[in-house]
Write a protein that binds this ligand. Structure first.
Ligand code: ADP
Ligand SMILES: O=C(O)[C@H]1O[C@H](OP(=O)(O)O)[C@H](O)[C@@H](O)[C@@H]1O
Ligand code: MG
Length: 361
């Protein structure tokens, strides 16, 4: 085989950055044929780098995929706080899903190999979609490396990213992946008819400047979306009436929220956000949500702000309807409680021309 010079390999290097996401309204109904409104969060991101190489190599991250420890106590502490998994399995899984999708759709892939590595500053397992940011960035690298971006429709990409996580037994929904493929603020309808007919939801990008200033609170608090969802998913599949009707109400909040945002009716938005969390709490129960997560929501509510989880737990999105003085009160309360608070920065849509050409309609 031809030996390439290091500089020629470097010039073929591909890197993609994908941001965290905030579920603003309607989550977790995306897992249950509902609706959500979510946006891509500029505060945190994951990057995946692809370099052409002789063999196909998945590089473990030096800290997120730690395999060398100072001793047994270090190993055990690490497993207790962060669990067994980092991002390697995510990268492997998206490679498999991508390869199978291309095969099934007669998309020819050249025989070249690559080395994939990743980095992320998205707080780990905090419901900010750290997992799908890594998968989405890797998919973007593969699409460009094999030059098949124009052959894989934008609407299908969130399904591929989700399949990569389902493959690993992680229960998750599409909202994260849609926000991360599209960028910006997106209203999503996962109605069963659409999903069955089209194979994906209906995604409507919205103007991010319609959003009021929002705050993000988070804690170092790994929560596993798969574990959090498992009991509720089982009850939903069994047709549990309370779960089915509550989930339908959660989905309806996103529909009402779309109108509220378009009309800049922010007091309505505040009510919808609060109701969203209250419904989650009644369905999942306090034990599954965890006291620290509940406290993050309550800290905000004690200063009169509206708050809810960004994802399945670990981070909270807050709206202070009374403005900067209320934000200051919230900052003080977070400091006292030991939570990190940051103003939300929203990422504008980042579909490029090739992506837009694949959009149907
Ligand atoms: N920051 C991270 N670095 C490395 N791997 C991560 C990170 N966050 C999540 N993962 C991987 O993704 C899996 C699922 O994470 P998940 O519970 O969905 O968290 P999140 O809310 O961040 O998406 C984890 O078990 C782990 O394998
Ligand atoms: O429970 C939720 O709101 C979300 O949980 C998962 O996101 P995560 O960031 O991993 O907590 C899931 O992937 C989403 O689809 C749910 O809406
Ligand atoms: Mg996740």
């Amino acid at each position: 085989m031809d030996e390439e010079s290091p500089s020629s390999r470097k010039s073929k290097e591909i890197e993609h950055k994908v941001y965290a996401r905030v579920g603003l309204l309607g989550n977790p109904s995306d897992v249950y044929y509902g609706r959500t409104m979510s946006f891509s969060l500029a505060n945190f991101w994951a990057t995946v780098k692809l370099q052409p190489s002789h063999h196909l190599i998945i590089t473990p991250h030096p800290t997120h995929d730690l395999v060398q420890f100072s001793g047994l106590d270090h190993l055990v502490n690490r497993l207790q706080s962060e669990g067994y998994y980092g991002g390697v399995r995510l990268l492997m899984s998206i490679c498999k899903v991508f390869y199978n999708y291309c095969n099934e759709n007669n998309i020819e892939l050249s025989k070249e190999n690559f080395t994939l590595s990743y980095d992320t500053n998205i707080p780990r397992q905090t419901g900010l979609s750290g997992s799908s940011a890594i998968v989405c960035a890797a998919l973007n690298c593969l699409l460009d490396f094999y030059k098949v971006r124009h052959l894989v429709k934008v609407e299908i990409r969130p399904d591929l990213i989700l399949s990569a996580e389902k493959e690993l037994g992680i229960i998750a929904g599409l909202q994260d992946r849609v926000a991360q493929v599209y960028g910006g603020l997106v209203y999503m309808d996962f109605n069963k008819d659409h999903m069955e007919k089209l194979g994906h939801g209906v995604y409507t990008p919205m103007d991010t400047s319609l959003l009021p200033p929002l705050q993000l609170i988070y804690a170092e608090n790994p929560s596993d979306s798969g574990k959090v969802h498992s009991t509720v998913q089982k009850r939903w599949l069994d047709g549990d009436e309370f779960i089915v009707s509550s989930m339908a109400e959660v989905a309806d909040l996103a529909l009402q929220g779309q109108t509220a945002i378009l009309e800049k009716d922010y007091s309505k938005l505040a009510d919808l956000m609060n109701r969203n969390f209250d419904l989650r709490r009644s369905m999942f129960g306090d034990d599954a949500l965890g006291s620290l997560n509940i406290e993050m929501v309550e800290v905000a509510r004690r200063v009169g702000a509206a708050s809810k989880f960004t994802g399945s737990g670990g981070a909270v999105v807050v709206f202070c309807p009374d403005g900067p003085l209320q934000v200051k009160l919230l900052e003080d309360a977070c400091k006292e409680a030991g939570f990190v608070i940051q103003p939300v920065k929203v990422v504008p849509s980042y579909l490029n021309e090739d992506d837009l050409k694949t959009l149907s309609g």
